[in-house]
Write a protein that binds this ligand. Sequence first.
Ligand code: GN1
Ligand code: MG
Length: 372
Amino acid sequence: MNSNLIPNPIPNEVLRAFGLSPSALLEALPGGHINDTYLVSGRYVLQRINHYVFPHPGEIMENMVGVTQFLQNKVRAQGGDPFREILQVVLTLDGAPVCQDATGNFWRCTLHIDGTASFETPDSAQMLWEAGRAFGNFQAMLSGYPADTLHEIIPDFHNTPVRVQQLKDAASRDPKGRLQEVAAEMEFALSREGQAGLLTGLLAEGKLPLRVTHNDTKMSNILFDETTRKAVCVIDLDTVMPGLTAYDFGDSIRAGASTAAEDETDLNKVCFDLDLYRAYTEGFLNAAGSTLTSTELDTLPDGAWTMTYEVGIRFLADYLNGDVYFRTAHPRQNLDRARNQFHLVRQMEERREEMGEIIRAAVAAQNAEVSC
Ligand code: GN1
Ligand code: MG
């Protein structure tokens, strides 16, 4: 028996609201640190939205319905399959995109896409190329989306200097008495505070354009075809908001170009792999390269550094706060994640020159292809 098959954790009223049977077969889907996800009858994906992280689920769903309909129209116009390449939101029988149960939890439903799976880490460089193409294409397709209609789901989500301040606040409160234990990690984080505002600074000076971005572009937020390993559909649209290209590029690199999982504790296994970085870069630029400014291209490696540093300090702050934000499976997991991410940050600092070279080579190769 599949160990993910579980007794019913979804209230019957929720299943009924979406027109599903209370006796439907449920499977818990792993992955994600925030929401809880279940596959119902092999066809519907029901998610309980974490309302500590997302206090306004209605706003998330307004964004999600708008973005998915816009993208489906694009895919249809390009001759693609809109219900395979883009998530389809399932409404309740009353026509609502979200349903609240008697205990106050919010639920939403999307259609499962057959023959696809998600992966925490890539099993080949080609898969990372595919991931790059998928997120590059996602951003390129959203370039005409009316950004001012989007709710800002989590203010300052990728404002790294604000994240540093949140870490300092957590350290000064130290509610669980854990500060002493993380002196080395605090020193690492604070010694780099001066670099935290590079991207937000360029944005404020008008040197980087604000675009509609995904903002959570980890490898596991793409569904791949189980047979061909081609990227099929970008998922987890909770944080689609105005943002920087460097955020989306960088978050994928932090999660995809590492040779180990985000919470691997044996740091000898955690290597920033330039071949994976190159593969992602080529896929991303293949789809979005022609739309990017030269400053955007120049700052893609800074995006990788910034996103890795930022999530490292977020994990560390959550550890200090008592693990209230990211789901943990064991007591020191957030600290393990922070150490893992800081280890990657160090390696990226050593490889900064090569990272830039790879971007320039990929751009040159693409330009040569276009002029042939
Ligand atoms: C969270 O929910 P999930 O696992 O897709 C987080 C991201 C982090 C990521 C780290 C809303 O994403 O920002 O980069 O964990 N999402 C939110 O794995 O905070
Ligand atoms: Mg997410």
